[in-house]
Design a binder for this molecule. Structure first.
Ligand SMILES: *[C@@H]1O[C@H](CO)[C@@H](O)[C@H](O)[C@H]1NC(C)=O
Length: 261
């Protein structure tokens, strides 16, 4: 059930790059303490990751710490990109194929509209995640149902043995540095990303381009330190000198740090 084509994603990306304010701090964000009601559909390959990448900018997910339990959130979940990386426990209900234990999914994409996503909370799951809501052996039977009643709850993310990583956008150059922040545990999303040049004590704010994609316009002398302010707790984490002086477009650098709550 492919709700979003690659074309519509790119059109959206181009438009939104100009519409999203530099920083949109979310004040009322919190983990949920009770189940809330929604619906789920699925998109992409039956056993796949939804899209190969997705609007958050996390890139190819297969074989990474994101696993394949991912979801495209409608705009109340995607929140103009602020919801990227957030984790939800979900379980389907009102169908005998639904197992009772919830699974955890991470938001990696936007479900931009259509009958299901327009104007309401909705989870468009990867085929894998949708199938994983089923009792044992019934994954494809459940996928054939197509649309499910869902209960969901925002929960902390967990990436055992995996620290935050900084993926340098392939289009970055000496005057413009764009970074996708990946694998953040706990809240999973960020309010702010700041950079500090070698030998400086000043933190310079990045702008959220889109999703988990932050950029800095101007020349910076590395190695660069990165300061992250998480969603929900507002926890601040400093990763010292993690982006080397001779950083390369397209490379991913380890942060050596992780947000836990
Ligand atoms: C990050 O944002 C920039 C600017 O909008 C864009 O050129 C780039 O493709 C984005 N990167 C990813 C991985 O989405």
């Amino acid at each position: 059930m492919a709700i979003m084509s690659r074309g519509s994603f790119h059109a959206l990306l181009t438009l939104s790059a100009f519409m999203i304010p530099a920083t949109m701090l979310c004040q009322n964000e919190q983990y949920d303490t009770a189940w809330q009601l929604s619906h789920a559909t699925w998109y992409g390959e039956p056993e796949g990751d939804g899209s190969d990448g997705g609007a958050c900018g996390f890139g190819v997910l297969a074989g990474t710490s994101y696993t394949s339990n991912i979801a495209a959130g409608s705009s109340p979940i995607f929140k103009d990109g602020e919801g990227c990386g957030a984790c939800y426990q979900i379980k389907c209900i009102k169908n005998e194929l639904c197992k009772t234990e919830p699974i955890t999914v991470v938001i990696t994409d936007l479900c931009p509209g259509g009958d299901f996503c327009e104007g309401k909370v909705h989870f468009d799951l990867s085929g894998t995640a949708f199938g994983n809501l089923a009792v044992s052996g019934k994954n494809s039977d459940l996928r054939a149902v197509g649309v499910l009643d869902l209960e969901y709850m925002r929960v902390p993310c967990s990436y055992p043995g995996q620290n935050v990583a900084f993926q340098i956008d392939p289009a970055s150059n000496s005057q413009w540095l764009s970074i996708v922040v990946k694998y953040e545990a706990g809240p999973g999303n960020l309010q702010l990303v700041e950079l500090q040049e070698a030998g400086s004590s000043t933190w310079q704010s990045c702008t959220r381009n889109w999703g988990a994609n932050w950029s800095f316009n101007g020349q910076l002398k590395g190695p660069l330190s990165v300061r992250l302010t998480s969603g929900i707790s507002g926890k601040v984490l400093v990763s010292r000198n993690s982006i080397p002086e001779a950083w390369q477009p397209g490379y991913t650098y380890a942060s050596g740090v992780q947000i836990t709550s």
